[in-house]
Design a protein around this ligand. Structure first.
Ligand code: AMP
Length: 523
């Protein structure tokens, strides 16, 4: 016997209807290069409906990919709504990547149009001739001073919006249809696309509202510092519209003093970012009134104990850890104090919050295999990569995601991350592919072999260290090697430390043994 309940689809259009009907008076505040823009959610939703009509006039097909190159801004939120709600796929692009990677990603996704903040146009324009599928570039004037090329493919966001006569009619989408696309470095090789569905986005937003998750409510003022190109800013904009919270968006104003100013002035209650951001704000904590904050989430990497203590001392609350991946929407676990922690003193409570915590409702985690790999399962976890639906290496036979992290889970389900099996370095919340960096180093004529390992770094979390073996008779000149890399990888990929060795230790199968290497360089 089947249940007799309504099949109301979980979709982004539903989120939009809710925020405009119930919370139209609440606000979205964006910092710009020249000041601040304040809009109501009703205005944002109305503009998003017009934007959907713009996509129609631009001829973006059903399921067509709409790429975005944007800071955290109101217009980016409008794209978050209009693109999926009109049956297209939002493809957020990481503008910190190197031109080669950006080109690969846009080509792989076959983006039809790109929406680009004016200040970021110099990141895209030089590669545009290599992007065969991109028909139009819509510039969002964020006060950036970049020149606008005189080219028929370029259009202005506000100009297009002002020409629309009436909003688009809502598209019919299946809740399992694709809503947005985000690329990740994955474990090896080229970046891979993770394709979220309407259903996974809505479920994830609901999970963030949970009392034992982020407990985001109508009373909150939510400020995602985590970029909107990074897994939908951890789903925070969608959670804010579901709950009816005010949303504060830092735009390009991401210097520590600017972030502190926004947290203080807008009485922000909830914020999320990687530990590198929280470390940057640390010296400014004593001078600011951050008493409005009720939860500060540090995700994407380990939370150092000293940093969390500095936040407790300077801002009155410790950092709360959350674990996740691009493949998992992203939040899967979130630290929390449960009844078993009653009676712990402040230091011990802070230690509990410093670890990733137990899984959110509807998600499951387990530790498997010889290496103790963390695996994840649930309706907000990827089942395959875009364009590589098999991708067997990343998934187990019973359909769980292999995370490439090594962890342990205690009897109450609390996760601890111990190590990583994937060959990547996470610096300031962004990935550096060791393998790709090794290839570029080995392209230098004086280099015979090179292996890259991650070393702990106080400011960035991790930094790459390059171990290099010279070709017989040659000498490695560090400055020359860095200059060689400068044209091949993003500047923040270039290793600060280069160690010259006679030989890279190998495993029985001839691969670089990074474990032995770490021992050799004293890590
Ligand atoms: P990304 O897909 O870029 O969001 O990166 C996901 C990866 O970041 C995970 O597989 C971990 O290696 C790392 N990571 C994310 N959150 C945490 C955390 N709370 N603690 C330690 N590592 C984390």
């Amino acid at each position: 016997m089947r249940g007799l309940m309504q099949q109301s689809p979980l979709d982004v259009a539903g989120l939009m209807r809710r925020v405009e009907r119930l919370f139209g008076h609440k606000r979205v505040i964006t910092a710009t290069a020249t000041g601040e823009v304040v809009a109501t959610w009703a205005e944002v939703a109305a503009r998003a409906r017009r934007l959907a009509a713009v996509l129609d006039t631009l001829g973006v097909p059903d399921q067509g990919r709409v790429g975005t190159f944007g800071w955290n801004s109101q217009r980016h939120v409008e794209l978050y709504l209009a693109v999926p709600a009109s049956g297209r796929v939002l493809h957020t692009l990481n503008h910190r990547l190197f031109a080669e990677e950006i080109t690969h990603i846009i080509r792989d996704a076959a983006d039809d149009v790109l929406f680009v903040d004016r200040s970021l146009l110099p990141r895209v324009w030089p590669i545009v001739e290599r992007l065969a599928t991109v028909r139009r570039i819509v510039v969002m004037d964020d006060g950036g001073r970049a020149d606008l090329p005189d080219d028929p493919r370029i259009a202005d966001y506000e100009d297009l919006l002002s020409r629309v006569r009436e909003p688009a009619r809502p598209a019919v989408v299946d809740e399992n249809d694709a809503a947005s696309l985000c690329y990740t470095s994955g474990t090896t090789g080229r970046p891979k696309g993770v394709l979220y569905s309407h259903r996974s986005i809505v479920l994830h937003a609901l999970m963030l509202l949970g009392a034992d998750t982020f407990a985001i409510s109508e009373r909150d003022v939510v400020m995602p510092i985590v970029p909107m190109f990074h897994v939908n800013a951890w789903g925070l904009p969608y959670a804010a519209m579901l709950a009816g919270s005010d949303l504060v968006l830092p735009g390009p104003a991401t210097a520590p003093a600017e972030l502190i100013d926004q947290l203080e002035r807008h009485r922000v209650t909830f914020s999320g970012a990687v530990a590198t951001v929280w470390r940057g704000l640390q010296p400014l904590l004593g001078a600011a009134d951050l008493s409005s904050l009720r939860m500060v989430v540090s995700g994407g990497g380990a939370v150092p104990g000293a940093l969390s203590k500095a936040w407790q001392d300077g801002a009155g609350l410790p950092l709360t850890n959350a674990w996740g991946m691009t493949e998992t929407s992203p939040v899967v676990t979130c630290a929390r104090l449960a009844t078993v922690h009653d009676g712990l003193d402040a230091d011990a409570r802070r230690e509990v919050l410093r670890r990733p915590g137990p899984p959110l409702p509807l998600t499951e985690i387990r530790i498997a295999g010889d290496e103790g790999e963390l695996q994840a399962y649930g309706p907000t976890v990827a089942a395959a990569y875009y364009g590589a639906e098999g991708s067997p290496a990343s998934f187990t036979a019973d359909g769980w995601l292999r995370t490439g992290d090594v962890g342990a889970i205690d009897r109450y389900g609390y996760l601890e991350i111990l190590d990583r099996t994937k060959d990547l370095v996470k610096s300031g919340g962004e990935w550096i592919s060791s393998v790709q960096l090794e290839n570029e180093i080995m392209a230098h004529p004086a280099v015979y072999e090179a292996a890259v390992i991650a070393v702990a770094d106080e400011r960035w979390g991790e930094r790459p260290l390059a171990c290099v073996v010279p070709v017989p008779g040659a000498e490695i000149d560090e400055r020359d090697l860095r200059a060689h890399l400068a044209g091949r990888v993003a500047s923040w990929w270039i290793p600060g430390r280069i160690v010259v060795l006679d030989e890279i230790p190998k495993t029985a199968t001839g691969k670089f043994s990074k474990v032995s290497l770490r021992g050799m360089v004293g890590l």
